[in-house]
Design a binder for this molecule. Structure first.
Ligand code: UTP
Length: 480
């Protein structure tokens, strides 16, 4: 990293003005290369906005204000014949398929998270996703893209957001795996921004080593800015892509290409084609998922922790939860929407504060400390905060067994084990609908482990009974 005395002086002046000069406490002990890297890091930080952030999120601990007049958001029910809100699913499918045949759909995966709960040393996308094959989470999405490209005859470009902390490892992983059979030119990597982690007591920047400021990726909500800044959105547009299918990296069951959802988003009368979402009915009031609501005529997601308990527990006339539309972080996003948001420059979604444990260097001793309890405020933007910025936004109900099997933790809830169970439940359902006998235990759960690759079947009707076994042996692990 090139280093000059002037650039160090300039960094010092900016740090001093922001009350953060301690960042240079160890600068004399660093090599020139390390100094250059630190100066470059300082140059990349928006130090001028920092005092305001510290005041808002560390001193005042600004918290969320519930909007007035909150009501449950309407949604397209999973069963299009439902009397609650009948709709034409075949029409939506046709519209979605037409867009796919035109090459107007891309996939966009956010994979810049730190995966701290999983505790996996590497990009989360390299972690095991497939219940039987053990294929990686990246490969799970790649297979959907391959399936769609085969079926619709057009490339489906894939934008992958990394963070500066895992960018190189992610690109290397794709190279090692020959891009999972995809065309390398159709995979666009770009990195999201970072924000400094702040000392919870003082609002000071923390050092992760003597020559580096502790930062964290700026949240999946950073993606809408990074898509623009990186040039990825312009590149998608150049390729004729008009809509992006947004997926998180940690849900191996996500239907990365869903013609019905694509069509509904792009052509439903009440959709602006800017940002749409999928939901699953909540299992119980305490389930920790955000809930789709409306306020002031706009759809928005209220985080689990922000929804007052009395609202969360309200029942409708049929006994169901009134606020039951749980967000599963699956969206469609219009390319023009991303352009519109960024048009004025300086776009950013609101920040949310979280108190976390962030290892830091003790300024008195220079030693690294692993704090036993949260010591830092991390700031992150959430992608769903863009929903109310859309002119109008629709929600489509899905079934969690069909597409929600997240892997967040190494064990317990939302782990590889629970994900494999849900993947098996879905595969069993699909196979049984095609006449295959699936062994079940006394509780009715499949007594086997199953996985269906989207290249084999994007829907149950793609499974050819002539090529399926009549029965799955008990205890068997089978991938189709
Ligand atoms: P999570 O909120 O589950 O965070 O991310 P995480 O970083 O993966 O895991 P923990 O909380 O540290 O354990 C949901 C999705 O958003 C992406 C993640 O990669 C994942 O696909 N994400 C999250 C980003 O791309 N950038 C971020 O800054 C945060």
């Amino acid at each position: 990293m090139p280093f000059s005395r002037e650039s160090l002086d300039q960094a010092r002046r900016r740090l001093r003005a922001a009350g953060q000069e301690h960042v240079l406490s160890f600068v004399d002990r660093l090599t020139d290369a390390q100094r250059g890297a630190l100066v470059q890091q300082v140059e990349g930080l928006d130090l001028e906005s920092l005092p305001a952030l510290v005041d808002r999120y560390v001193r005042r601990k600004e918290s969320y204000h519930l909007p007035e007049g909150l009501a449950p958001a309407p949604y397209y029910p999973r069963d299009p014949r439902s009397t609650q809100r009948p709709w034409d699913a075949s029409r939506s499918r046709r519209a979605g398929e037409a867009l796919l045949r035109e090459g107007a759909v891309g996939v966009f995966t956010v994979a810049g998270g730190q995966g701290t709960r999983l505790g996996y040393d590497g990009p989360k996308g390299a972690f095991i996703g497939g219940a039987v094959t053990g294929k990686s989470l990246f490969a799970c999405i790649a297979d959907w893209i391959i399936a769609a490209e085969k079926r619709y005859g057009r490339p489906v470009p894939w934008a992958i957001m990394t963070s500066p902390l895992n960018h190189h490892a992610t690109v290397a992983y794709f190279n090692e795996h020959a891009f999972f059979g995809l065309e390398e030119r159709d995979v666009l990597f770009f990195s999201q921004g970072v924000l400094p982690s702040l000392d919870m007591e003082t609002g000071r920047l923390l050092l992760s080593s003597q020559g580096e400021i502790a930062t964290n990726p700026d949240g999946h909500g950073g993606s809408l800015r990074a898509l623009h800044h990186s040039g990825a959105i312009a590149e998608m547009k150049r390729r004729g892509v008009r809509h992006l299918s947004y997926t998180q990296i940690d849900n191996p069951l996500c239907r990365a290409i869903d013609p019905v959802f694509i069509g509904l988003h792009a052509s439903a009368e009440d959709s602006s084609g800017e940002m749409s979402s999928k939901m699953v009915p909540k299992t119980d009031p305490g389930e920790k998922v955000g809930v789709f609501c409306t306020a002031g005529g706009k759809v928005q997601v209220i985080e689990y922790s922000d929804l007052p308990r009395d609202l969360g527990e309200q029942r409708d006339e049929r006994g169901g939860l009134r606020f039951n539309a749980g967000s599963i972080a699956i969206h469609m996003i219009g390319v023009e929407f991303v352009e519109r948001l960024n048009a004025g420059g300086g776009f950013g979604l609101p920040l949310h504060r979280a108190e976390k444990k962030v290892p830091f260097v003790d300024l008195a001793t220079g030693a690294r400390v692993d704090p036993p309890k949260p010591n830092a405020v991390k700031l992150e933007a959430f992608v769903f905060d863009a929903i109310p910025m859309a002119r109008s936004s629709i929600i489509y109900e899905t079934d969690r067994v069909e597409e929600f099997a997240p892997i967040k933790n190494a064990d317990g809830a939302d782990s590889p084990a629970t994900s494999a169970r849900i993947q098996t439940l879905r595969a069993a359902r699909w196979l049984e609908s095609r006449g295959v006998v699936v062994p079940r235990n006394p509780y009715g759960e499949p007594d086997c482990t199953l996985e269906i690759n989207p290249i084999t079947a994007m829907d149950p009707s793609d499974l050819d009974p002539a090529r399926l076994p009549p029965e799955i042996p008990r205890g068997e692990r089978m991938a189709f």
